[in-house]
Design a protein around this ligand. Structure first.
Ligand code: TPP
Ligand code: MG
Length: 635
């Protein structure tokens, strides 16, 4: 038969992935730029063979990338997809068992951040003739359960291909979700190891080039009218820009909206970069890691216009920062789920389409000049705080904020700063002066220690012409540094700034503020006298560790040496790790916003009892945001 082609399930899958494209605004992209993989018995003879065959038959059909850890290959795919505004991503194939479950954390990270990745874990035999196979979880409740069921709650689409005939619908369902801006996240196709190698006669149309049109849904007229009515009545509106503004390439539309209406713009972690930091209407980071400028305006705002934000507790300071008793919300989001939050007037729409519609519909309306001037003055005051933090001159070890200042001084506007967990994301959110929409890449949906180097690798793979500064703490480095080897192998250049402060400065400070006395947060010897982990610092040499993985390494003391090393690293062709020690006890500047982390209600420890009193004081500032934002009918 000429209209079928005989291939294994794995070969068919590779051929299908290579033929998928996305299109938005008339520009076409490949959906899958490659496939990361770590092989084991669950995929070596299936997907491994198919990727080999693809490489030999037609290099570039779907390039294979090797990684050291399955979790980190998902992080790299996430970094890649975010840099490409979700229009292109990577696939990840793993063996069964531990290789597969290593990807579960990456899947959760992708889904929470609304970023598309395709995960292809191997699975136990569909035929079960050899069960239990190596690494099979046996469950007395049913023989169709495998460890891959862990992917279900963290994936936006999950399917298990138990027969070749199921593959087409699994693939089409997977790609539909990956390319849907409202539904996207991790998509998992579990592939039993026997089925991967099974041959089938596939209709050739399965492999035809397909273009998935990524929509820009426009707001419904009635919803737009409701939003406009609320906004026109606003006296102290504040726009909160989230990651959706960046992913939808709505930054020019945001700027036009702000300039036409005079509404100040605050940014979430994912939204930082939506407006350049020095734009007259940009008031910077909002929420628990916010600036005094954004948080003061947030406290007084009568209307909050959220665009592309999912209102995490960091953005709302655990629902305390928007403090006006009558505050109303208008939410623009492509996902109805997010648009409905905070009892908002929901505009379920693409960020760009909605901002353009709002700019048109609000013609002739703007905030008062005094309000705009006040926003600018507050932002300028914060900028002075940043300048002081960047140049503290703390001795003998520099403060972390000075390290960020040194990186800032060396980084060009299009360079990308990558971070994820620890004390640096908060400092970066408040301090970093961003000019490019994709110049700031802090993964703060999952805030996953270990994302930094792996995610940075994906960022650089996606945008090789940008310099990528990976900022990583010693704790995060110890969780996941091994993709330095991949960077060396592939000639992918990263500049890694490794901040050594001998433990968890972030959780240490949090613990102290909650009456927990920094318990268990420093890397110290167990002291034979006290029996506690409060002895000397450990003799670890993370610089030597990075050297051993093949990176160029520079050990610096102090900020002046750091700057020189960063300039050299920026000019170098190879991955460089710059190792710098900082004082963990100097906090960055803070706007005093709250973050709800419950403190023990009863305790025998005095510091905990005192912290509980403080907690209860803050707790009283927490709001429910239950007020309907549109005027309802009287009951
Ligand atoms: C995988 C993971 N485990 C635990 C946490 C909780 N956590 C957040 S920050 C942090 C410490 C980070 O240490 P380090 O990278 O050294 O940064 P520092 O706090 O010193 O700035 C921990 C344990 C997390 N975010 N991710
Ligand atoms: Mg640390």
């Amino acid at each position: 038969m000429s209209n079928t082609v005989r291939l294994t399930v794995a070969q068919a899958l590779v051929r299908f992935l290579a033929a998928q494209h996305t299109e938005r605004d008339g520009v076409r992209h490949r959906l899958f730029d490659g496939c990361f993989g770590i092989f084991g018995h669950g995929n070596v003879a299936g997907l491994g063979q198919a990727l080999l065959q693809a490489e030999l038959e037609s290099p570039g059909r779907l390039r294979y990338l090797q990684a050291r850890n399955e979790q980190s290959m998902v992080h790299a795919a996430v970094g890649y997809a975010r840099m490409r505004n979700r229009l292109t991503t990577l696939a990840c194939t793993s063996s069964i068992g531990p290789g597969a479950t290593n990807m579960v954390t990456g899947a959760a990270l992708a889904t929470i951040n609304r970023l598309p990745v395709l995960l292809l874990p191997g699975d136990i035999f569909a035929t079960r003739v050899a069960s239990p196979v190596l690494q099979e979880l046996e469950d007395p409740r049913g023989h169709d359960i495998s460890v891959n069921d862990c992917f279900r709650p963290v994936s936006r689409f999950f399917d298990r291909v138990n027969r070749p005939e199921q593959l087409p619908s699994a693939l089409l369902g997977a790609v539909r979700v990956l390319t849907d801006p409202a539904e996207t996240g991790a998509v998992t196709l579990a592939l039993p190891q026997d089925v991967q190698a099974e041959a089938y006669d596939w209709p050739v149309e399965l492999f035809a080039a397909r273009t998935w049109h990524v929509p820009r849904p426009v707001p419904e007229p009635a919803a737009l009218a409701r939003a406009v009515e609320v906004l026109r009545a606003a006296r102290r509106p504040l726009l909160v820009a989230g990651g959706g503004v960046v992913y939808s390439e709505a930054t020019a539309a945001l700027r036009a909206f702000a300039e036409a209406t005079g509404v100040p713009v605050a940014v979430t972690q994912a939204g930082k970069g939506a407006l350049p930091y020095d734009h007259p209407l940009c008031v910077g980071a909002v929420g628990a890691t916010g600036t005094t400028a954004a948080n003061e305006l947030a406290r007084e705002a009568d209307v909050v216009l959220g665009v592309g934000t999912r209102y995490s507790d960091f953005t709302t300071a655990s629902r305390s920062v928007f403090a006006d008793p009558g505050v109303r919300f208008v939410n623009v989001n492509v996902a109805a789920f997010d648009a409905a939050k905070q009892s908002a007037v929901a505009l379920v729409a693409d960020a760009r389409a909605a901002l353009e519609a709002l700019t048109g519909a609000l013609a002739g309306w703007s905030t008062a000049p005094e309000y705009r001037q006040r926003a600018r003055r507050l932002a300028d005051e914060w900028d002075e705080v940043v300048e002081r933090a960047y140049t503290l001159g703390h001795e003998p070890l520099p403060a972390q904020s000075e390290v960020l200042g040194a990186v800032q001084a060396v980084a060009a506007d299009r360079d990308v700063v990558v971070c994820a967990a620890g004390s640096m994301p908060g400092d970066l959110h408040r301090l970093w002066r961003v000019r490019d929409p994709r110049g700031y890449h802090v993964e703060y949906g999952y805030s996953c220690m270990g994302y930094e180097i792996a995610g940075g690798l994906g960022v650089k793979l996606a945008e090789p012409d940008r310099e990528v500064f990976v900022l990583v703490g010693d704790g995060s480095y110890l969780m996941m540094a091994q993709e330095l080897v991949t960077a060396v192998q592939e000639g992918i250049k990263l500049i890694v700034v490794l901040v050594q402060n001998h433990g968890f400065a972030s959780i240490g400070a949090l613990s102290e503020s909650l009456g927990g006395q920094r318990f268990g947060t420093a890397y110290r010897y167990r002291d034979p006298g006290s029996g506690r982990l409060d002895g000397d610092v450990l003799p670890v040499d993370l610089a030597a560790n990075a050297e051993s993985l093949g990176a160029e390494v520079v050990r610096v003391r102090g900020v002046a040496e750091l700057r020189t090393a960063l300039i050299k690293a920026r000019e170098a062709a190879r991955t460089t790790v710059v190792h710098v020690e900082t004082d963990p006890l100097v906090p960055g500047p803070d706007a005093g916003a709250w973050w709800d982390v419950p403190v023990a209600e009863v305790a025998t420890v005095d510091s905990t009892v005192a912290a509980r009193r403080e907690y209860e004081r803050h707790k009283r500032t927490q709001r429910a945001y239950l007020r309907p934002s549109a005027e309802g009918e009287t009951a």
